[in-house]
Every structure is written in C-alpha cells, then in structure tokens.
Design a protein around this ligand. Sequence first.
Ligand SMILES: [Zn+2]
Length: 296
Amino acid sequence: MTLPTTHVSFPAGAVTGESTVIAVHPLGDGRHAVVTGATPFHPLDHTWPDQPADLGTLTVDGTELAVVDCLTGAVGPDGGTPLAGADIPVRRGDEEWSWLVLHVVDTDPGDVVGRTAVLAVDADRRAALSASHSGCHLLALALNEALAPRWRKDPGRSDALGHPDFDSLAMATSVMDTEASTDTYRLGKSLKKKGFTADATDELPALADALPALTEAVNTRLAAWVAADAPVRIEVPGPELTARRQWHCELPEGGAQIFCGGTHLHHLGELAELRTELRLSEDGTELVAVTRPKRA
Ligand SMILES: [Zn+2]
C-alpha cells in the first residue's frame, strides 16, 4: 500500500502542528526522512524550487529532533521508497503518485511510526522567506507595468492588473532566500518575436539607459502597495501538498492572483519597505531584479 499525499497547513501561515508519523525512510548518509500525515513544514518543490525549505524541530515522546532540511518526496503507484528532488521522474502533482513532505533529520529516530509528532517550524526564518516570496510576486506586477510601453504588440498574455506579462514570458529563474528574491529574465529572440523591445525606439531609450527610471518607477509602485497595507491570502482548493493554490493580493488597482505553492505575508503592512535593484547581465541578454523586503 502506498502512502497518502501529505496534508499541509503552511498556506494559511501555520508554523506548528501535531500529526501521526506514518513512515521513516533512511536516506543513506545517516539522515532519515520522517513522514507525517499532515505538517506545517513547507518543503522545497522539485519542479519549481524557488522557495527554500522550512527548518525547525520534530518532537516524538519528548525527544526533540532537528529538522535540517525539508524535501518534496514522491512514491510511485507501485509503492517503495520515496524519491526526492531530481530523482522524481514525473511532474509535480502527477495523480498516479503520492506526494510527501519529507522532514529530514540527521539521526535515526528509531521506531516512531504510529506515534504523535509535534512539529515546529523556525518561525523567524519562515517569516523572512514569506516576505521575500510576497516581494517576488509584487515585483512581477510592478515590473510588468513599468515595462508595458516596451511591447510593440500584444504578446497574448496579461497579468492580473492587465499589463503584458513580461514576468512569466521572460522568466528564466526565480530564487528566494531570507534576505531577497532574485528574479532573472531572458531578453532573447523569442521575447523579441512576441513583441518586446530592449532597443531604443522613437519614443523609448534603450533598456540599458532606461534602467534608473525603470527602477524608480517600480520602487515607487512597491512603496505605494506597502503603504496601502494590502491584504494577502492563499486560495486553497484542498489540503493536499499538491493542490493548485493561488496567491491573492487586494491591491488598490484591483485584486491580483498568481498561482503559487509557497508561503506569504498576511498583509503588506508587515513590511517597512520593499525595494528592487534592476541590472542587465554584461552581455545584455538578461535582466536581473533583486528585491529586498525590510520587515516592520
Ligand atoms: Zn510564488
């Protein structure tokens, strides 16, 4: 019999919980993966690994174990040991597979299957990662708006605020840590074909020359959204790790939604400041945004 997909409480912001241990798997290097029926821990996603793992503790029968990593595991229809990370051969959420939160501990927890685990996420680290992740989505919306005049035709994809979705059309990588979100965009031929221009035109300077003004426009918009203390929530269609969740933010310009598996602030007033720095790679083929939240 294969294990059920883990239920998760992190989308609502939970950092603590209690659940029954349903499996323990050795990971080969002295480390073990502890699987519970439900958890507040956010694992690294294997398909889109933007938000790092929660860390914290797992306590069984009074013995506290450090959770030193947290991974997405997957068990195929034939059961067996869960696979993790790049070893998973299917996309996130494949319905034939079970999807597990693997709490990685660096000792052998012993025979704890069937016992109750008390789960506690490092709340300060989580809050910092949530701030970076909310900052990432807000940057996407503000950058789309600031770059809107550079589209010579409609690329056929708009964001929730109605601007051409540069963020999703050009996205190469998005990586968060406790300090910042770093988003890298590819300014290649395919983006040009869709209608984006980084070159100077009759109305616009070249993107390289426009960066200071663009940065200022984005930061002005981000500051207004923080000042508006816009509420944020995650829409959760089901309790499973793999449910298709959506980030919602009630901005003054209207409600914005982005599909998202991560964790977030509850309202933007939790930030004192949110600022981005934009730069081009040396060869001019990539635009990089480093967005830093300062928590209030
Ligand atoms: Zn997200």
